[in-house]
Write a new protein. Structure first.
Length: 433
């Protein structure tokens, strides 16, 4: 275990014992460097040796521990973009950045890294949700893990899985739905339907052993037996610690206990049985959630044959013609049965079958043929933001951000009406969105 030097700033890199599940799975893991690993045996996945191939730097990078340190440094640069740099936790790490990164690297190299204790709070916008926040040092590791494994997973995942992927996101997902609708309805000349399904308490019902099996399957594909070097062993260890860690153990509460009043049981990690549930908020959680449902994407697309399909986290849909609708309704049960094998269940109360010309609600927008409108909640929040800016209670940048979003929608009338309610002028050009 790493010992803390009182003369050095505290940066926890794991002095807490792993839980029983991770211990059982990792008991046979040998964290020593394999005998065939030489100084250049640490695979350079990110091209750093080419980037720094100028004499001394290249020689320095021949040491695999130095290469790992450089990768963690770049992961820290990505993590700091997350908008959370005002915390004491973040400042404390960055004040002694190099020293803290070295300590994190050494903990990983020696197989003694364990996740640290974070915080938990409840948010109410747009809905009541429980959010765990990992310490900064763990967020750095999360970025390193995701950046490494996604080099293999990214081209494998469904093109129509939109959450937490480079070049995608909510707007991309909305426009993909519109493209699917226009394709199936033959540019709005034929009747078509969108079947939308939702998973009950998705993150809280993820089975950690199933998740670990799927992530490790991908890691074993990424690292063929002859290429399983020190990076593979470190990733295997770190992934197990992340997945099987119990973040509720020793977590620091932010806010009031009253914030949890009214939060459904399947929305709180505090109330889940051992080995079940994953925190909402960690970078790894978003990525692992895509890996977990990769099988669902393939089942619906290839086994059931619905090519006009899309998913954002646990909210997914498929678009069908009028002739395909009866079979599409029957396949809802097949999808529900498939999810049972993952420990998940459909929320049938949120199942929606919508004729496309009536407008399809998805990710805060309404897609109606060639037009996209902001959803009711977004419009309501925008009007409130305009009012608060007018009264001086909000900065104008809030409204500007909404206008940036609305530039992709058919929202001219909505903007004009909201501005007019506070006496602002807005010229609505019907030729422009």
């Amino acid at each position: 275990m790493l010992e803390h030097d009182k003369n050095k700033p505290l940066m926890c890199t794991g002095v807490r014992k792993t839980n029983a599940e991770a211990t059982k799975l990792m008991s046979n893991a040998d964290m020593r460097v394999p005998e065939n690993i030489t100084n250049n045996g640490f695979q350079d996945f990110f091209g750093y040796k080419k980037l720094y191939s100028d004499g001394n730097n290249e020689e320095w990078l021949e040491n695999p521990k130095n290469l790992l340190l450089l990768e963690l440094y770049n992961a820290e640069k990505i993590a700091r973009r997350g908008g959370k740099r005002k915390t004491m936790d973040t400042h404390g790490f960055e004040v002694n950045l190099f020293e803290n990164l070295v300590r994190l690297r050494d903990a990983l190299w020696e197989g003694v890294y364990y996740p640290n204790r974070g915080t938990v709070h409840v948010i109410f916008d747009p809905v009541q949700r429980e959010i765990f926040a990992a310490p900064y040092v763990d967020r750095i590791l999360h970025h390193w893990v995701v950046g490494t494994i996604m080099k293999w997973w990214e081209p494998r995942l469904s093109y129509d899985s939109y959450s937490c992927r480079k070049g995608k996101g909510t707007l991309f997902g909305i426009k993909r739905l519109q493209k699917h609708i226009l394709s199936v309805s033959q540019n709005c000349t034929k009747t078509a339907y969108v079947i939308q399904l939702d998973i009950s308490g998705y993150f809280m019902h993820i089975k950690r052993d199933i998740l670990y099996e799927k992530v490790m399957w991908g890691l074993d594909q990424q690292f063929s037996p002859e290429k399983r070097d020190k990076r593979y062993e470190i990733l295997k260890w770190a992934i197990a610690q992340i997945i099987f860690d119990d973040p509720t153990d020793g977590v620091k509460l932010q806010g009031s206990y009253r914030d949890w009043i009214g939060l459904p049981e399947d929305k709180s990690l505090m109330l889940q049985p051992e080995g079940q549930g994953m925190v909402i908020g960690n970078y790894t959680s978003q990525t692992f959630s895509n890996v977990y449902l990769d099988g669902l994407d393939r089942f619906i697309t290839f086994d059931l044959g619905y090519k006009h399909y899309g998913r954002y986290v646990d909210d997914f849909y498929y678009v069908v013609t009028e002739e395909e609708l009866p079979q599409a309704k029957q396949d809802i049960r097949a999808i529900a049965d498939f999810l049972i094998g993952y420990g998940l269940r459909l929320n049938f109360k949120k199942t929606r079958i919508t004729e496309v010309h009536k407008g399809v609600k998805f990710l805060g927008a309404v897609v109606r043929g060639r037009q996209i409108f902001p959803g009711e909640r977004v419009v309501k929040n925008f009007r409130e933001a305009v009012r608060l800016v007018e009264t001086g209670e909000k900065d104008p940048s809030v409204v500007v951000s909404y206008l940036g979003m609305f530039s992709h929608y058919d929202a001219g009338k909505i903007i004009a009406k909201a501005f007019g309610s506070v006496g602002w002028n807005y010229v609505y050009d019907k030729k422009r969105r």
